[in-house]
Ligand binder design. Structure first.
Ligand code: SF4
Ligand code: SF4
Length: 462
C-alpha cells in the first residue's frame, strides 16, 4: 500500500486562503463588535453627562427663588403625586385627549423598559439579552409593539389637531413659532423613534425566520412589515443595526432636548405635583412682616422678631422674588393651554393668559440663568419679569377665581405669580388701577370696601 497525500498542494493553498478569509472576517467582526461597544459607551456617557450638566443649571435656576417650606404632610403629597402625575387624574376631563396622551405616556414609560435591554446589549455586545426569559419576554415585546403602534397613531392625531384642525387652545399670543415648532418636533420625533423600533423588530424577526431558529419575542405589528424588507440576510442585518442605532441615538438626543423644551414636564410633573399647594384654593398666605406690624399695632405688648439683615421686597418684581415653587411651576408648564381656555379674563377678551404668565416666567428665568453663567453672578440687565415680560394690564385683568389652577393637569399655580406681582405694584410702588385705589381708600376710611360709613352698612335692610 502506498501512502497517498490527503491534500494536494493546490488544495492546501486553497484551504490557506479560505482560512485567511475566515480569520480576517472573524477579526473584522470582533473589531466591529468592540468598536460598536466602545462607541455606544462614549455616546451614552456623553449624553448622560450633558443632560446632568443642563439639569444642574435648571436646579440652580429654581433655587434662585425665595424659600418656601413644602415638607409638611408627606403622605398627602405622595398621594397627590400618584393621583395627578402618575394617574393623570386631571386629564380625564377631556376624554379623547386623555386617551391619546395616556398612550403616549404609557409608551414613554413602558417602552423605556425596552431601553434597558438596548443599553445592556449595547454595552455588553449581546443581542436581546432578556430573550431567555421565554414567554415573559414574548409578552413584553408583544405589549411594546402594540404600545409603539398606539403612540404612532396618537402622535399623528395630535399633529392633525394642532396643524389641520387648529384646536383653539393651542393658539394665542404666547404661542409664537418656537412653541409650535417644539410641539411638532417632538411629535414627529416620537413617530420616527417608534417606527425605527418596529422596523428593527421586523428585520430581526425576518433574520430569525431565515435562520430557522426559535423566534425570540412576539411581533404582532412588526411581522406585518416584513414584506417591506429585502430578503438578503446582510441587508436585513444592516437595517436591524441601523434602526437600533437610530432608536438609541434618538432617545439620547431626546433626553438632551428636554431641558430646552416644554417636554421637560415628563420629568418635572412628578416633583411639581408632590410639592403642590395643599391649602384650600383661595387661601392666601399672610406676609409675616406685615402681620407682625398689625399685631404690634393691636397689641402693644407684642414684641416683633428682629428684622432680617437682607433687604426685603414686598411681592415680586423679578423671578428671584418668586418662590422656588413658582419657578419649578414655570419649568413644568406643558403649554397645553387648559388654564387659558377656562380663564374668564381671557374668555372675555382681556389681555391675560395664565399660560403666558408661566411661559414668560420661564423665559425670564432662563435669561437670568444665562446672565449668571456669563458673569458668575447676576448682573443687573435693566430688565424684570414685571413690565418687560408681563404687563400691568395682564396682572390686573385677573379675577383671582383659581379656575387656572383647578384646570392645570400638573398642579401649576399661575395665580400665585400674578398675586406676587400685584403685591409688588401695590406695596412697593403704590401703583394700582384707580378702581382698586378707591377701594383701598374706602377700607382705610370706612373699614369696608364700600363708599359709605360703617354706621350705614346695614341700611340696605330698610
Ligand atoms: S385666577 Fe386669574 S388667571 Fe387664573 S383663571 Fe382666574 S382670572 Fe384667569
Ligand atoms: S399652566 Fe398648566 S394648564 Fe396652563 S398651560 Fe401650563 S401646564 Fe397647561
Amino acid at each position: 500500500m502506498t501512502n497517498k497525500p490527503i491534500y494536494t498542494s493546490s488544495k492546501l493553498q486553497l484551504l490557506c486562503v479560505h482560512n485567511k478569509i475566515f480569520i480576517t472576517l472573524a477579526l473584522i467582526k470582533t473589531n466591529y463588535a468592540m468598536v460598536s461597544q466602545l462607541l455606544f459607551l462614549v455616546l451614552l456617557l456623553a449624553a448622560i453627562g450633558l443632560f446632568a450638566y443642563n439639569a444642574r443649571k435648571i436646579y440652580r435656576n429654581i433655587r434662585l427663588g425665595k424659600a418656601l417650606d413644602r415638607s409638611d404632610r408627606p403622605v398627602e403629597r405622595w398621594k397627590t403625586m400618584l393621583k395627578v402625575a402618575f394617574g393623570q387624574s386631571k386629564m380625564t376631563k377631556r376624554p379623547i385627549a386623555f386617551l391619546l396622551h395616556l398612550f403616549v405616556y404609557l409608551g414613554f414609560v413602558i417602552i423605556n423598559i425596552e431601553m434597558l435591554e438596548i443599553v445592556i446589549d449595547g454595552l455588553a455586545g449581546t443581542h436581546r439579552i432578556f430573550a431567555p426569559l421565554g414567554n415573559l419576554y414574548n409578552v413584553l415585546i408583544w405589549i411594546f409593539e402594540w404600545l409603539a403602534f398606539a403612540v404612532i397613531i396618537s402622535c399623528a392625531i395630535f399633529l392633525i389637531r394642532r396643524n389641520i384642525v387648529h384646536v383653539k387652545r393651542f393658539f394665542g399670543v404666547e404661542m409664537t413659532s418656537w412653541p409650535k415648532t417644539d410641539a411638532n418636533l417632538i411629535l414627529v420625533t416620537e413617530i420616527l423613534l417608534m417606527t425605527a423600533f418596529l422596523f428593527m423588530n421586523a428585520a430581526d424577526y425576518k433574520i430569525q425566520l431565515h435562520a430557522g431558529e426559535d423566534v425570540h419575542g412576539a411581533f404582532p405589528i412588526s411581522s406585518l412589515l416584513t414584506g417591506l424588507l429585502p430578503e438578503s440576510p446582510d441587508a436585513l442585518h444592516l437595517i436591524e443595526r441601523a434602526c437600533w442605532w437610530f432608536h438609541i441615538i434618538g432617545v439620547l438626543a431626546f433626553l438632551n432636548y428636554l431641558p430646552y423644551s416644554k417636554h421637560l414636564h415628563i420629568l418635572l410633573a412628578f416633583p411639581n405635583t408632590y410639592f403642590s399647594n395643599l391649602n384650600p384654593k383661595g387661601k392666601f398666605a399672610n406676609m409675616e412682616s406685615v402681620t407682625n406690624e398689625v399685631k404690634a399695632m393691636l397689641d402693644p405688648s407684642f414684641a416683633p422678631p428682629p428684622p432680617s439683615e437682607e433687604p426685603m421686597r414686598f411681592g415680586a418684581k423679578d423671578v428671584q422674588d418668586l418662590t422656588w415653587k413658582s419657578l419649578l411651576d414655570a419649568y413644568t408648564c406643558t403649554e397645553c393651554g387648559r388654564c387659558t381656555s377656562v380663564c374668564p379674563a381671557n374668555i372675555t377678551g382681556k389681555l391675560l393668559s395664565p399660560r403666558k404668565i408661566m411661559m414668560d416666567t420661564r423665559d425670564r428665568l432662563v435669561a437670568v440663568g444665562q446672565n449668571i453663567d456669563k458673569n458668575s453672578s447676576f448682573q443687573d440687565d435693566g430688565k424684570s419679569l414685571l413690565d418687560d415680560h408681563i404687563s400691568r394690564e395682564e396682572i390686573w385683568a385677573c379675577t383671582s377665581c383659581n379656575a387656572c389652577t383647578e384646570a392645570c393637569p400638573v398642579n401649576i399655580d399661575p395665580l400665585k405669580i400674578i398675586m406676587d406681582l400685584r403685591q409688588y405694584a401695590v406695596m412697593e410702588e403704590s401703583q394700582a388701577p384707580s378702581s382698586i385705589n378707591a377701594m383701598f381708600g374706602n377700607i382705610e376710611n370706612n373699614g369696608a370696601p364700600w363708599k359709605y360709613a360703617q354706621a350705614d352698612r346695614a341700611n340696605w335692610r330698610e
